[in-house]
Write a new protein. Structure first.
Length: 302
């Protein structure tokens, strides 16, 4: 009885050992960029370690990568290719081509990888890690599966864009008076920016006082800021004036000057209309004339 039990234990042991070896050979056993198991080898490389994706209006919002898969096997090997984004902040997509192929012998197989970012993604979003997984399935008895992977990174390229608005770009004022224009600068870019403000035709405006409250201003992305501009008419004798003054304003993205100048031009208009005589008060004159007329009327009645 003991001899039979001993033989059964040996037989059961062989079965357990064989199942372990078989399962080890048939399951994916590697996760590196280049590996050899048995008579088969597989490797993957991405040509670009890092790419910036352009998400500005009108762009395709795609970061394009290229790479190669190296393989070596005496028989046929089925190769599957997939990709994923590890730290997806939301809305990012990835596509790889081809997704599978049957190969044999020694050689390389090119592939392309496209990472799609949402349009106008903020430059403050951290770079995402893209992982390419390649699995090789050799056609052969007891040959192991091989799984390799490689990573690359995609970050958001900053873009700079702005617009200028004014609710009342045309105003009328009398001589020897002042008025204000509220100029609104809108940061339409995907990063925080500093804007410089200047009056470009100041030398052409003689006698006028043009004062912008800020010569430069910090505006967060997708935000708006107000810059009041004070306009003071000339303090000089004017019997009658009726003319239109044009004031040219230029707003420039200071940050963008490191790559290219991004600026916008805007004009406001002032119509100066009326009379100004130093020491002459029209209201006082009207009151005085009214009093004189009343006095003369009463004198006539007497």
């Amino acid at each position: 009885m003991s001899k039979i039990w001993s033989k059964m234990r040996i037989f059961i042991g062989f079965i357990i050992i064989g199942s372990i070896l078989f399962s080890t050979l048939k399951c994916p056993t590697a996760s590196a960029s280049d590996i050899t198991i048995g008579t088969a080898s597989l490797g993957v490389t991405i040509d670009q370690e890092h790419q910036q994706v352009d998400v500005s209006p009108g762009s395709n919002c795609i970061a394009h990568f290229t790479g190669n898969i190296s393989y070596s096997y005496s028989y046929q090997m089925m190769i599957y290719v997939s990709a994923k984004i590890e730290n997806n902040p939301g809305g990012w997509k990835v596509a790889v081509t081809p997704t599978k192929a049957k190969q044999s012998g020694n050689g390389t197989m090119p592939f392309t990888l496209d990472v799609h970012a949402p349009p106008e993604t903020s430059n403050s979003v951290p770079g995402v890690v893209v992982v390419v997984d390649v699995e090789g399935m050799p056609y052969g008895w007891a040959e192991p599966y091989i799984t390799v992977h490689e990573t690359s990174m995609v970050s958001v390229k900053p873009f700079y864009k702005l617009s200028i608005e004014c609710a009342t770009p045309y105003q009328q004022m009398a001589p020897n008076t002042e008025t204000y224009f509220n100029i609104y600068i809108v940061n339409l870019g995907n990063s925080n920016d500093i804007y410089g403000v200047e009056i470009t035709n100041r030398d052409e405006i003689k006698g006028w006082i043009i004062q912008e409250k800020f010569s430069s201003i910090y505006i967060p992305e997708k935000s708006i800021a107000n810059i009041p501009i004070k306009v003071v008419a000339p303090y000089e004798w004017t019997l009658w004036e009726d003319k239109i003054l044009k004031i040219d304003i230029k707003v420039t993205s200071v940050t963008s000057e490191n790559t290219e100048e991004v600026s916008e031009n805007f004009s406001i208009y002032v119509r100066q209309r009326g009379t100004y005589i130093p020491g002459f008060d029209p209201t006082f004159m009207i009151i005085t004339l009214g009093i004189i007329a009343i006095v003369l009327r009463r004198m006539r009645k007497c």
